[in-house]
Design a binder for this molecule. Structure first.
Ligand SMILES: Cc1cc2nc3c(=O)[nH]c(=O)nc-3n(C[C@H](O)[C@H](O)[C@H](O)COP(=O)(O)O)c2cc1C
Length: 186
């Protein structure tokens, strides 16, 4: 079984990311890919501390449990779909911080991107490619890019245009293919 984690990279209250990630999960599941399992991983459920920040003694056990839960969950996958907004031409701080806790857990695995923003989150994608390069994650070329203006009503109600399905299929095909191939390297 190939396990692909769909990582929701925004924890902002009222985030658009939740509807986008749910769309990605439904889209992926509806493909009925043989031998592939998809799971949503919501960063907001982990309540990670900032990497290396000092914590009061009463908070330390919870923080350690959160880091362990996040690391083990990410280690359990063969590949990832990162659903990311664009904040100041990059991924959001929550996702960057979460990735900074990882390294061997994600090495020699594959990833694809689904972005959203005024230009479809493309600058967040390019930023993520740099980060994942250091983590030895092979990111695929095809990405899904939702426009805040064209794919959301009032910048907040997700109504994706039909044409995104082609890129979503292309991206998923590539992630599955590379995730399978990289299993042989690990
Ligand atoms: C701090 C901040 C910075 C942002 N910077 C950008 C940006 O550089 N480019 C862009 O296209 N959208 C930018 N946006 C708009 C976000 O992409 C948009 O609000 C999106 O819905 C955020 O994702 P979320 O709702 O899931 O948190 C920014 C939003 C915030 C909160």
């Amino acid at each position: 079984m190939l396990k692909i984690g769909i990582v929701l990279g925004s924890v902002r209250e009222g985030r658009n990311g939740e509807a986008v990630a749910k769309w990605v999960l439904d889209f992926a599941k509806n493909r009925n890919d043989e031998g592939v399992e998809y799971e949503l991983v919501d960063l907001a459920n982990y309540n990670l501390p900032f990497l290396g920040a000092p914590l009061a003694e009463a908070q330390q056990a919870d923080a350690q449990a959160a880091i362990k839960g996040w690391s083990e969950k990410m280690a359990s996958f063969d590949g990832y779909i990162f659903v990311t907004p664009e904040y100041n031409h990059a991924v959001g701080g929550a996702l960057k911080n979460a990735l900074d806790f990882l390294n061997p857990e994600v090495n020699n695995k594959a990833a694809g991107f689904v972005g959203y923003g005024s230009l479809g989150g493309v600058r967040a994608h390019e930023n993520l490619r740099l980060i994942l390069g250091e983590l030895q994650v092979a990111d695929v070329r095809t990405a899904v890019t939702f426009s805040l203006m064209a794919d959301f009503e009032n910048f907040s109600v997700f109504k994706p245009a039909a044409y995104h399905a082609d890129n979503a299929n292309g991206m998923l095909d590539q992630v599955i293919s590379w995730s399978r191939a990289l299993k042989t390297v690990r």
